[in-house]
Design a protein around this ligand. Structure first.
Ligand SMILES: *Cc1c(COP(=O)(O)O)cnc(C)c1O
Length: 396
């Protein structure tokens, strides 16, 4: 079972952090190990996932889309229907319950576009914990609505005016806070990234998606899907749905953000174009220049706009258990409109990347074949972005 005891997936992962942070990570690792199979903890988490998050999320047969494309049957795993509108709450509820069991009274998080900050502030409010969210000043300006949401939920939002004033700088400040306060505080990481044990914990909390899918397909007498497709930012929704299928017949496909094209440098196709490097406490693939400096990235989907990727995906790429492709901004926007028009479901722009690949793949398959797409979130948040991109929607 991966990771190994030191937190490595093959050669990737580990714990590349300042010495002062090691005791905090060891405490979390130990608490998680003790609690993860504890029946009371599992029951409490199941309770919140069912009655608060709204799980199980439906598996929906996209009949209109399948018929239009004339190939494989397309099923959508509806993480967009979760409370707060994406898969992120599966992880923040799990980690917040862990923090509470550890006796911590405050959650610390870093956020880029604000989605993870909102999911953390939500879990904190539900469990009666304090919450501090660090957000770069540039992001805070771009994502004012999410900042306001976090404040409504009772979180303290600290805007960071250092460096590029984005996620990287917010993460540094969040870790600085955590190093000096971990006796009473817990650091919440929002994707399958960061130092051990985070990639493992986040994967396990998100794997509820894949385990539910297995049951739902069994109920439909579908032994295994032919393809499972998910978008990859840090990689948590993807590893969550892939995990129970890693040694199955299913073809697992991760879709990164191709932005304005791989050659343009305006993308975040970390696995396609990156190479080995350390970011946020773990060794993985990384978009970096020849001097090892982290490169600027671009995606129309804020949740995919990240120069790194979780270490387990680096391992899965090298071992060829998962295949990774990328999809451009333009293709993602087309898919966003297509799903909205044909199924009445507005997907998150992140999820629209996975969908765009499926739209290309489905016509080449037969009607007996099954594609499952992880719809990681809902797209209401992206309406303005899409409208700007296409210069207003034409209502034909
Ligand atoms: C944050 C986010 C993502 C990307 O994060 P992963 O950890 O790669 O899953 C994808 N979809 C939505 C809707 C998000 O909010």
């Amino acid at each position: 079972m991966l990771p190994n005891l030191a937190g490595y997936f093959g050669e990737y992962g580990g714990r590349f952090v300042p010495e002062a942070l090691i005791p905090a990570l060891e405490e979390i690792e130990k608490a998680y190990k003790n609690l993860k199979d504890d029946i009371n903890f599992k029951n409490e988490l199941s309770h919140y996932l069912k009655y608060y998050v709204g799980r199980p999320s439906p598996l929906y047969y996209a009949k209109n889309l399948s018929e239009k494309l004339g190939g494989a049957k397309i099923y959508l795993k509806r993480e967009d229907l979760n409370h707060t509108g994406s898969h992120k709450i599966n992880n923040t509820m799990g980690q917040a319950l862990l923090a509470k069991r550890m006796g911590k009274t405050r959650l610390i998080a870093e956020t880029g576009a604000g989605q993870h900050g909102v999911a953390t502030a939500t879990a904190a409010a539900a469990l009666g914990l304090k919450c501090t969210v660090y957000m770069g000043a540039t992001d805070a300006k771009r994502q004012g609505l999410n900042l306001f949401r976090m404040e409504i939920l009772g979180a303290e939002v600290v805007t960071v005016n250092k460096g590029s004033k984005t996620l990287k700088d917010a993460a540094n400040e969040a870790f600085r806070d955590f190093i000096s306060s971990f006796a009473h505080a817990y650091m919440m990481i929002g994707s399958a990234i960061g130092p051990h044990p985070y990639p493992m914990m986040v994967r396990n909390f998100q794997s509820v998606i894949g385990y539910e899918l297995k049951e739902q397909l069994q109920a439909l007498s579908i032994p295994s899907p032919d393809y499972i497709i998910a978008c990859v930012g840090g990689g948590s929704n993807a590893i969550g749905i892939f995990y129970p299928y890693l040694n199955s017949q299913a073809n697992l496909i991760g879709i990164e953000a191709g932005g304005k094209g791989e050659a343009s440098k305006l993308h975040c196709a970390t696995l396609a174009r990156g190479d080995r490097g350390i970011l946020h406490g773990a060794l993985s693939y990384l978009l970096q220049d020849e001097n090892g400096l982290v490169e600027d990235t671009h995606s129309i989907a804020a949740g995919l706009d990240y120069p790194g990727v979780g270490p387990e995906h680096a391992y899965l790429k090298d071992s060829q258990k998962v295949t990774y492709y990328n999809v451009s901004d333009e293709e993602a926007v087309e898919a966003f409109i297509t799903l909205s028009r044909h199924e009445g479901i507005i997907p998150a722009l992140e999820s629209a990347h996975a969908l765009a690949y499926a739209l290309k793949l489905a016509p080449s398959l037969s009607p007996e074949q099954v594609i499952v797409i992880n719809i990681s979130g809902r797209g209401d948040k992206d309406a303005e972005e899409v409208s700007n991109f296409i210069g207003g929607v034409e209502f034909a």
